[in-house]
Design a binder for this molecule. Sequence first.
Ligand code: LX5
Length: 597
Amino acid sequence: VAVSVSATASHPIPSTLWGQMFEDISSGDGGLYAELLQNRAFQQVTPNTTAALNAWHPVNGATLSVVADTVPVSSALPNSLQVVIPAGKTGPVGVGNEGYWGIKVTAGSTYTASFHYRFPTASAFKGSITVGLQTAIGHSLVSTPVPITAASTAWAQVNVTLRPTASASSTANNFTITLDGAAASGQTVHFALFSLFPPTFKNRPNGMRVDIATTLAEMGPSFFRLPGGNNLVSETVAQRWQWNATVGPLLSRPGRVGDWGYINTDGLGLMDYLNWCEDVGMEAIMAVWSGFALGGTSVAEASLGPYIQQAIDQINFVIGDPAKSSAAALRASLGHAAPFPLTYVEVGNEDFFASSTYTYRWHDFVTALQAEFPNIHFIATSNTFNPILSPNPLQYDVHVYQTPTWFAQNSFFYDGFERNATTYFEGEYAAISTNSSDIFGSPATGRLTFPTMQSSSGEAAFMTGLERNADIVFSASYAPLLNHVANSQWTPNLVSFDAGAVYPSTSYYVQKLFSLNRGDEYLPSTLPNPTGTLFWSVVRKTSTRQIIIKISNTVGTAAPVTFVLPFRTVASTGTAQVYLFPFTTVHDFDVWIPNRC
Ligand SMILES: O=S(=O)(O)O[C@H]1C[C@H](O)[C@@H](O)[C@@H]1CO
């Protein structure tokens, strides 16, 4: 096929086009958020139940229970771990944590451990607690004794650094806190808010896991959509994500029952998200809760006030003036007096599940928020123009989960959209199943566990259409972004990981190719056959006069294609980045440009 390319750009391509969608769906706790201990603060658990001890186990016969402490370490963290050292034990006795399906231990890395302890009964006991990392069969990788005393029943915090001299051969390791069984015979100790951090991305305190963060940063994303997705919305009004419960000291963060079947520590909170965006050079596309919970509740219009105020405070936390807003003053007190960049705020998520109440919820939220924040663009999440909303949304978030074939055949999805000043955020898209009659089914019925070359090339075809329609598509992000392979709530995902390593997918390399090879204007060219198998987009990077041609071949057979460039002078060579299965990297090739006019 011969493709003729126009020298005259049809439209600019927004710098915000390629980015990332994030929510905690086996992706924050135990993943991007670097905390290595699971259930570190016994948040949102029922005391005196086995479940409350999730991820913890006794060492050498200690008696463990989670108790509602009569003297809690903080009002946000009412539960403590009670450890009783039984009589007659010798050697280390205490408690271990298995991490998030493992703990990676690397020689030479500095691990920052901390915990709070108190003796519920004062005594003359003096001894030491040994803080360590050991393999699952008990081989010590590193340990440090810390002197303790039972002279008081008050809480004390222990901070230690651990520096293993050897790396563990697997991730089957435990974090352990032990006392000498003989010396501490009969003692009862309460513990709260444990924490174990490896080095973090850009050394941010309470920051991100380096390997996952680096993999995401290397995509060169322009935006980061947060905090969801269903995990913003939640099943009930009370369980919704609330920005103010996720900022400040970890002792002040109660955590919450997330929407994906596990408790969120909220250690990855709004300030941590914003610092992450700043460290990567992304702008947040931040959502506010919009008065609907997935269990079916819509807050009555007369009762929306407090939720609208909470959204105003959330936005003020990001961009407000510390002199005028307490939420902004809180941001300043946490180390960022200047506002963060923020252009887009999404009102809810997938509110097509509650269209009938979105009419008043959208109206009341946006009327109030736009008055407070005239420069913010608000994104609607119901189906486009159905229902009709007031004020008329100028941005919509469109989600599509479909088959690889659907994506390959729908690269013209936006070509037919009316150009009426409305712009679109393709906030979630992915080919997730080969079964068009059971998209959200299981692997047994066609659901993809990981992306494939078929799904990724289909997505690439679709993405050429997003560039062609970037006059109305301002941002697009594959979803979900991350998953822990040992504990997934959704497949496929862009990047998978476990305690030890990161596994970028074929779709990751497609997203990275588009994101790292951006133009800022679109050059019209011969249109692909919408139902064909070869798709392309041609863009120009005006700063370097580079012409960037992206091509997706959605089938496994080679297809010759010639691009006829209408320029008088063209360099004699270029580079081709080709992503072919089973390569795990993109290969650069020099290309010779014949027939230069
Ligand atoms: O079950 S779904 O509604 O399809 O869930 C999807 C849509 C929702 O926004 C996001 O949280 C989730 C996975 O990316």
